[in-house]
Design a protein around this ligand. Structure first.
Ligand SMILES: N[C@@H](CCC(=O)N[C@@H](CS)C(=O)NCC(=O)O)C(=O)O
Length: 213
């Protein structure tokens, strides 16, 4: 059965699921969710995800939303990103929860203020929102940096779903201007992820899907 990924490919959450599939060598059909045209607000799309948000994975009658659940699903189909050992697996999964609960919402502030607003002509970045993002980063980035000082990847010496979930935001690191100065281990890890062929192929795929990218 064909896997469809409903995505707005310039979003890091879309990048996350496309990169995961590409890294594992899982073929998929990308289906464009055109935010400019409001595709995500149509009754058809809300039938796939009542939250009216992408990404969504569709495989026949099976529909899955929440990017980290999609990463879990894809990684369960093919070995490579989900450790077999229970404790190692849950260590990786723990960081995916950390991403959903803490890292992604902090990054989303910079993504929206510095990137999305420009992309859709929605005005200047809000100083108070950036200040709120800086405060969140000051608490979160040392946690991630500390972890990456101890080991090459988030959950150990091998790339896992944790790196895919947390690392995908680096897709827009320049445009979003995440305040990562001084976090040397995060910078080393991000460069490592960006050098992966699966990352580079996904960047090319995402850019090719939109002429203005
Ligand atoms: N926690 C969700 C967040 C999904 C999300 O917020 N997607 C955004 C784009 S990055 C969206 O579809 N927004 C549409 C809207 O706000 O109307 C996930 O990780 O999948």
């Amino acid at each position: 059965m064909t896997i469809k990924l409903h995505v707005f490919p310039l979003s890091p959450r879309a990048f996350k699921v496309m990169w995961c599939a590409n890294h594992l060598g899982i073929g998929f059909e990308p289906v464009m969710v055109d935010f400019a045209k409001g595709t995500h607000r149509t009754p058809e799309f809300s039938g796939l995800n009542p939250n009216m948000r992408m990404p969504v994975l569709q495989e026949g009658d099976f529909c899955l939303w929440e990017s980290n659940a999609i990463v879990q699903y894809l990684a369960s189909l093919k070995p490579g990103l989900l450790p077999e050992d229970l404790k190692c697996r849950l260590t990786a999964v723990k960081w995916q929860f950390w991403d959903s609960a803490h890292w992604d919402p902090a990054c989303a502030i910079f993504a929206f203020e510095n990137y999305v607003k420009k992309l859709f002509g929605r005005g200047e970045a809000s100083g108070s929102e950036i200040a709120r993002g800086n405060e969140m980063f000051a608490r979160l980035a040392p946690v991630l940096d500390g972890q990456l000082q101890k080991q090459r990847y988030v959950a150990g010496d091998a790339l896992t779903v944790a790196d895919v979930s947390i690392g995908a935001m680096n897709f827009i690191s320049e445009q979003a201007k995440f305040p990562l100065e001084g976090y040397r281990a995060i910078q080393r890890w991000a460069a490592d992820l960006k050098s992966l062929p699966s990352w580079q192929n996904t960047v090319a795929q995402a850019r090719a899907s939109l002429p203005q990218a």
